[in-house]
Design a protein around this ligand. Structure first.
Ligand SMILES: C[S@@+](CC[C@H](N)C(=O)[O-])C[C@H]1O[C@@H](n2cnc3c(N)ncnc32)[C@H](O)[C@@H]1O
Length: 219
């Protein structure tokens, strides 16, 4: 991997899959964290596994900048950051069956029922997740939101493309910022993990724009 000054990836052609292969020398493993925040987990893993490329997807600019700064300060050349929306990235931009692991720690829970359609773990996201994971690749999930946790776990457990496995062990250095906050408050944290299984490949369906997503006047 060629060290770059900034670890933030430029998307030069959004009509094409991301040019990750140039970064993945010799077919090195790719691991992706969605909503990586300030990157505490990602940086700790990247330090431990220098031969793996770690891609953080985060849409909040201040967090992207913090992680970029941290990766440069620590000389972590195996981190790349995408300031993009994760569903879009999975659906359109990532190469097929390439990620060895995907991590989703403390995703926005969107607790109100009428906001549930904004949650990451929709049926279409799960299709895209399977299509981007290597066969045998893993998804690790943690959240403090019990209802979102059991809903997501149920969805994946009922999906023939995934099998539940024990969650990974993470030491203190691999806890995320939100996790440390929730642990300090003694909030219960749900964790689960799944492995992707071989399954008939079907193309991701074309997306329909839900009218309820159209901008509306407030009030
Ligand atoms: C609750 S925070 C958790 C951050 C970090 N994982 C942690 O545990 O400290 C959720 C993060 O996911 C990011 N995020 C939420 N939805 C996203 C999406 N669809 N695409 C990219 N980033 C997203 C938010 O900007 C935020 O930084």
């Amino acid at each position: 991997m060629t060290p770059a000054c900034s670890r933030v990836m430029a998307v030069t052609d959004p009509t094409m899959p991301l040019p990750l292969e140039g970064l993945l020398a010799g077919g090195c493993p790719l691991e992706i964290e969605i909503g990586c925040g300030n990157g505490r987990f990602l940086a700790a893993r990247a330090k431990k596994q220098p031969q793996t490329l770690f891609l953080g997807i985060e849409r909040m600019l201040s967090r992207v900048r913090k992680l970029d700064k941290k990766a440069r300060r620590l000389g972590l050349d195996n981190i790349r950051i995408l300031r993009l929306e994760a569903f879009y990235t999975f659906y359109y931009l990532l190469p097929p069956h390439r990620a060895r692991a995907v991590y989703v720690f403390f995703p926005d829970p969107w607790p109100k029922r009428h906001h549930h359609n904004r949650r990451l773990f929709s049926p279409l996201f799960i299709d895209a997740l399977w299509a981007r994971l290597e066969i045998g690749g893993t998804i690790q999930i943690a959240t403090d939101h019990q209802e979102y946790f059991s809903d997501t776990r149920k969805r994946l457990a009922a999906d023939p493309r995934f099998a539940e496995i024990p969650s990974m062990e993470r030491d203190e250095s691999e806890q995320t910022d939100f996790e440390m906050l929730f642990r300090r408050q003694s909030l219960p944290i749900g964790q689960c993990a799944f492995r992707s299984l071989p399954h008939t490949e079907t193309p991701l369906p074309p997306l329909m724009i839900d009218e309820s997503d159209e901008p509306r006047e407030r009030g």
